[in-house]
Structures are given as C-alpha cells and as structure tokens.
Design a protein around this ligand. Structure first.
Ligand SMILES: [Zn+2]
Length: 309
C-alpha cells in the first residue's frame, strides 16, 4: 500500500539527489502553456522541448531490439530509486516530466506493454494515490517503451478531461453490481467510462468492453489510452479507444508537418508540443481534426455499445 503523501515526499527526495531530474522538473515551471476551447472542452497546449525524445521515439521492433530498455532495473541509473508496489510493480519518478508530479510505474519484469488482466491493479493504484491520475498508453498509442509494461501517473488537477466528464452526459451501457460502464459521445472525442468501487467488478466490465472493441490487423490488443483516478464514489476509468497511432500530419519535415504523437495525457486534455513552431500553430480546429483521425468514430462506438447490451 502507498499513499499520495508518501509518494509526494519520495518525489521531493529524488529531486534532491538526482540533478538531471531536478533540472527537468525545474524547467517545467517555465514552459509555455496556452488554452483552447475545443467544442466546449478545455484543452491545454504545453510547449515542452524536453519531450522531443518521447514524441519522436522510434517504436518499431528493430529500433527497440537495438536499444537498452530504460525501464529495466539493470539499465536504470543507480540514483533512480523505486518503491515496490502490488503485483510486481515499482514506482519511479519520471525524469522527463510533463506533470509537476510525474511517475513511471513499470512491471519489474521485461514483459510486453499489454493491458489485459491489469485493470484491477490500475484501479487499486489510483485508489491509493488519490491525488494522481494513473494512465496507460497502448503500444501504438503513445508508449515509448511498448516492449516493457508500465503505467504512468501524474497529479490529477493538471488534466482537463475529468472536469469535462463531470459536466457531460454519460449513458449507461452495462453494470456489474455497483460498477457501471457508460459511454460519452458528447465530448470532442468518444470515450467510455467505468465507475467502480470494487476493482474486480471494474476489471470484469473492462474485459467486456475490451472484447467488444476492434483489434486492428497486426495488433495484440484494441488500441487505447486509459486514465484512472479516484472519485468520491470509488475510482473512474476513462477508456479512449483509438484507431490510429499518429495523425496524418505527423512528422518533422515540411511546413504542414507537426511533431504531435498523442498519448493519454494529450487525450486527457493536455497536448504536448516539443517544437515551438507547433505550439504556436496548434488551434482548436487542428485538435478536433486530430481527435477525429485518432479516436473511434461514432458509428463504430455505436456498434460496440449495441454489442454490449
Ligand atoms: Zn525492460
């Protein structure tokens, strides 16, 4: 068991003993942020040059095989301490932060980034870390280490999707005891929401949704981003099904190209741009186009909902 207070203290300790991480967290205080209104949802855009490593990460099998995995214990810097948690995880600070408090939580084994069977873990962790949103990026949905299972977590007050969902209409699709699976089709991106007190019931509802979502050819699981956080009634898991890895205008060469490789944080309302020209160019229309390209369309969402009834 861990709690927010303990982890906040741990972050402070690590920043005191690890200059590189301390510099990167310090730099975060000065990053430029702008706010957009995308069809009624507040979206923040962050200009964060240090994230270029992640946004341009090569995640093809050959590149992965040629690099040392930065999440494996033997390759991590000795200054990076961890707190062991739950079923074989270790809680670390993320030395390339987006959030003022940013954690990486890898499995202690070098196993593929796959979510099946891990939702109860995710919900348990979100319940314990009640100031944090725990998130998961599918292997082709923003994960920069798709060969090593990991969650991340960041302070919840940073993201905007929680607030947007508070104000949105949720339509119940299925229930399991007190746990509810609902769909929200009124935000600029289509999402499913699971509210649960009991992590096992939450896991069962997620498994039903997982089985109903399309799996693109060549993929091992439905493409998705997941965000999970504590609420007054338990925990809320936001499932953002994806159909595409990167937008059609992804790239570095050419004026019309942008280095946007959206992951859970972006889908949660905070877009990260490592290049200043992209930061200046991003507007509400472009974010809407990106959501339309990357997320499941209304027709497919309806088919999934119907199959779950
Ligand atoms: Zn590894």
């Amino acid at each position: 068991m861990v709690n927010s207070e303990q982890i906040n203290k741990f972050i402070g300790e690590q920043l005191g003993e690890w200059p590189t991480a301390a510099d990167n967290f310090k730099a975060l205080e000065g990053v430029k942020v702008k706010e957009l209104d995308v069809d009624g949802m507040k979206i923040k855009v962050q200009f964060n040059p240090a994230r270029i490593v992640s946004s341009s990460a090569k995640v093809d099998a050959k590149s992965l095989a040629e690099r040392k995995c930065f999440l494996c214990g033997e390759n991590r810097p000795s200054v990076q301490r961890g707190i062991e948690w739950g079923n074989g995880y270790i809680i670390l600070i993320n030395p390339f932060p987006i959030f003022p408090r940013h954690l990486t939580i890898p499995d202690m084994g070098h196993v593929d980034q796959l979510i099946k069977g891990r939702i109860a873990d995710m919900m348990d962790l979100a319940r314990e870390l009640d100031e944090y949103t725990v998130f998961y990026n599918g292997p082709k949905c923003g994960a920069s280490a798709p060969d090593h299972m990991h969650f991340q977590a960041g302070n919840s007050d940073f993201l905007t999707i929680g607030e947007a969902l508070e104000a949105a209409e949720l339509k119940t699709v299925a229930t399991d005891g007190d746990a509810v699976l609902a769909v929200c089709d009124t935000l600029p991106l289509n999402v499913f929401v699971i509210d649960a007190q009991d992590s096992q019931a939450g896991q069962r509802l997620f498994d039903r949704l997982y089985d109903a979502l399309p799996v693109p050819e060549g993929e091992k699981e439905p493409m998705m981003n997941l965000l999970c956080y504590a609420t007054a009634a338990g925990v809320r898991l936001v499932v953002i099904p994806r159909r595409r890895h990167r937008p059609s205008f992804y790239g570095t060469e050419g004026d019309d190209k942008m280095l946007l490789s959206p992951a859970s944080v972006d889908m949660g309302g905070v877009f990260i741009t490592p290049l200043e020209k992209d930061f200046n160019k991003v507007d509400a229309a472009l974010i809407k186009t990106l959501f339309d390209e990357l997320c499941l369309d209304a027709e497919t969402v309806n088919q999934v909902v119907e199959s779950l009834k």
